[in-house]
Design a protein around this ligand. Structure first.
Ligand SMILES: [Zn+2]
Length: 128
């Protein structure tokens, strides 16, 4: 099968994945990261989810602000970050895309730095 560019597909130099920094496949009205699978459509949904969650209060049993989740760690996975922040995974991805949180690695190996989590949401529980 010949490697032929699809109509409307162009790899624009300098256009990098907001999630992992890999070069993006850019389409006429969207883009996709081949490294981590993030798409402009996914990002759009994240934004909507984030808007929806901003008004919702954290549930009483949430781990939000619980520093015990981060204690002694430099990096945590997305699940821990999500629990600490009390937001959905996609909202975490969105915060990373915006640069509000710092992530390292790509795909399944991605981690959020504890420093960026503490800046984003200062611990309210177990901070000592
Ligand atoms: Zn990516």
């Amino acid at each position: 099968m010949a490697a032929q560019a699809w109509p409307g597909v162009a790899l624009i130099p300098g256009m990098l994945c907001p999630g992992c920094g890999a070069a993006l496949s850019v389409y006429s009205d969207s883009w996709r990261c081949n490294a981590c699978g993030l798409t402009s459509d996914t990002l759009h949904k994240i934004a909507e989810e984030l808007r929806g969650q901003r008004g919702a209060a954290a549930s009483p049993e949430s781990d939000q602000g619980d520093f015990a989740l981060l204690k002694g760690k430099q990096y945590v996975n997305f699940d821990i970050a999500r629990r600490y922040l009390g937001i959905g995974r996609r909202a975490v991805e969105k915060a990373v895309a915006k640069g509000s949180l710092t992530a390292i690695g790509c795909g399944q190996g991605r981690r959020i730095t504890v420093d960026s989590l503490r800046l984003y949401l200062p611990p309210s529980k177990n901070a000592n």
